[in-house]
Design a protein around this ligand. Structure first.
Ligand SMILES: [Zn+2]
Length: 319
């Protein structure tokens, strides 16, 4: 009997991030392999299995010292079986991923969606460390959510619990969302949503610096935050609108689990306090006062490692 190790795998549309961790969460090694999405991503399990075998060889870790693999993918996951109903970016549809990876590696495998894994990572070693009740929001090209309640990540009846990006915030209308609905939070508060919103608002502010940025090429969410910092009124209005709708959605969600911490991660969170301050103001405006009193906001701490660390924690909690 040697030391116990954990393997985390965070499968994205372009790369699969992998990491080996010790029992106490120390990262022994992390690396990535390209995601081969050809033929509906069917070679991904064998690519991962090979990458693990090669790395264990390099690290001189025996496979039977690995407690298991915790893997995440963006999509709808049956966490009991590791079955993926659909993961659009990867190409999987009705794919028995967990079973396949387990066969190929002879290791137990647990699977969850990527936002839940990020929440678990932050809950173990990041900004939400040790929180029994936690809401984690990932603001990137989409909006992901993960909820920890009673110390466990919520999955729901068919894997859609905590899909915060698809809370409806514009009734009867709003922009179309990738999920097939309209008016989802994701269409308003993701990086893409912020840019869409900025283009709308700027129409009414011909003197805004964002006009020039738009004319010179592509407008990004980062441009909007930079314009806010420079005192641009239109950009300030965009940030206020985005914070308001996001704060309201989080406040409504907070009623369900009464969180002690709300952790904001993803590319958009790089705006830091510039985003967090108005967001917290909006949250406190919409939340039940007693609910708001119990909760504080923090930026995610684990960055791109949240998923692989969460994967290892998934194994640690379930083994
Ligand atoms: Zn949606």
């Amino acid at each position: 009997m040697g030391q116990t190790f954990y393997l985390g795998a965070d499968i994205g549309g372009t790369t699969v991030k992998l990491a080996v961790l010790q029992e106490d969460g120390t990262i022994v090694e992390k690396w990535e392999i390209p995601t081969n999405t050809e033929e509906q991503g069917k070679s991904i399990p064998s690519d991962i299995a090979k990458a693990i075998d090669d790395k264990l060889g390099d690290l001189q870790i025996e496979k039977n010292n690995l407690a298991g693999i915790g893997a995440g993918a963006p999509g709808f996951v049956d966490t009991k079986t590791g079955y993926i109903h659909e993961a659009v970016n990867i190409g999987w549809k009705d794919f028995a991923f967990g079973e396949r990876l387990s066969e190929l590696t002879s290791l137990p495998v647990w699977v969850d969606n990527d936002a839940n894994l990020a929440a678990l990572g932050e809950n173990w070693l990041g900004a939400g460390e040790g929180c029994s009740e936690l809401i984690a929001v990932t603001l990137g090209t989409g909006v992901g959510g993960g909820i920890i309640a009673n110390g466990n990540v919520l999955n729901g009846a068919n894997g859609t619990a905590a899909e915060l990006g698809h809370v409806t915030v514009v009734p009867d209308g709003g922009a179309p969302c990738n999920c097939g609905k309209t008016g989802c939070l994701e269409t308003e508060a993701s990086a893409t949503g912020i840019v869409r919103k900025a283009k709308e608002v700027v129409e009414h502010y011909p003197e805004s610096s964002l006009h020039k940025t738009m004319a010179s090429g592509q407008l990004t969410a980062k441009d909007v935050f930079e314009a806010v910092e420079a005192g641009d009124t239109a950009a300030g209005q965009v940030l206020k609108d985005v914070s308001d709708v996001l704060g309201m959605a989080i406040a409504n969600m907070a009623i369900a689990i009464n969180p002690e911490k709300i952790v904001i991660g993803g590319g958009v969170s790089q705006a830091g306090r510039l985003l967090l301050n108005p967001l917290e103001v909006a949250y406190r405006k919409y939340a039940l006062r007693r609910t708001a009193e119990a909760s504080s906001f923090d930026l995610a701490e684990l960055g791109n490692d949240a998923g692989v660390i969460g994967g290892c924690y998934l194994v640690k909690k379930n083994r």
